[in-house]
Design a protein. Structure first.
Length: 169
C-alpha cells in the first residue's frame, strides 16, 4: 500500500531540476546550431552580393575600355582612380571614377562645333573602397583593381584590358 501512495505523489524536486537542466541544454544546443547556420548564410549572401557587384562593374568597364581610343589615366590625390577614353563610333568621351564610395560612369559628347555636352553621370555600383587604373607598358594593357567593402567584408578583384595600338596619356 505504501508503494502505491509513493507512485501517485509525483516527481521530487531533484527530478524536476534534472529534467529542466536536460531540457534547457537541448534548447541551447539547438539554438546555437540555428544561430551558427543563420550567420553563415548571412555571410554567404554578403559575399555573393559583393562578388556580383564586382562582376557587374567589370562586365561594364572592360568592353568599353577595350573598344575605346585615346585612353587617359588621371591621377587624383596620388591615386590613379579615374580612366577616360574616347569612343570614336559614338563620338563620346566615357570616364569611370570613384566618388562618394561609388563607381561612377560619365558620358560626354562632342558637337560638331567642338562643344562638350554631358549626357549623363550614373553610379554603377556602391560600396567601392578603392579603384585603381594602371598602364602596364610591357603588356600594353590597362590594369584595373577594384576593392569593395560591405559589413567588414573586403573583396579585391583585378582585371587587365589589352589595348593594342591605342593612345595612352
Amino acid at each position: 500500500m505504501k508503494r502505491r501512495q509513493r507512485a501517485e505523489q509525483g516527481m521530487t524536486l531533484i527530478e524536476m531540476v534534472i529534467g529542466l537542466t536536460v531540457m534547457s541544454s537541448l534548447v541551447t544546443l539547438l539554438f546555437s546550431y540555428y544561430w551558427t547556420g543563420f550567420s553563415v548564410w548571412k555571410q554567404g549572401v554578403v559575399d555573393a552580393n559583393l562578388y556580383e557587384s564586382a562582376c557587374i562593374a567589370m562586365q561594364m568597364m572592360v568592353p568599353e575600355i577595350r573598344q575605346g581610343t585615346q585612353h587617359r589615366i588621371k591621377v587624383n590625390s596620388g591615386k590613379q582612380n579615374e580612366v577616360c577614353f574616347y569612343d570614336s563610333v559614338r563620338k563620346e568621351e566615357i570616364s569611370y571614377e570613384r566618388r562618394l564610395g561609388q563607381l561612377w560612369r560619365k558620358v560626354d559628347r562632342y558637337t560638331l562645333a567642338g562643344t562638350k555636352i554631358c549626357l549623363g553621370q550614373n553610379p554603377v555600383i556602391s560600396d567601392v573602397e578603392d579603384i585603381r587604373f594602371d598602364w602596364k607598358q610591357e603588356r600594353k594593357a590597362i590594369g584595373i583593381r577594384l576593392k569593395l567593402r560591405r559589413e567588414n567584408k573586403v573583396l579585391e578583384i583585378e582585371n587587365q584590358v589589352f589595348c593594342y595600338n591605342k593612345d595612352i596619356e
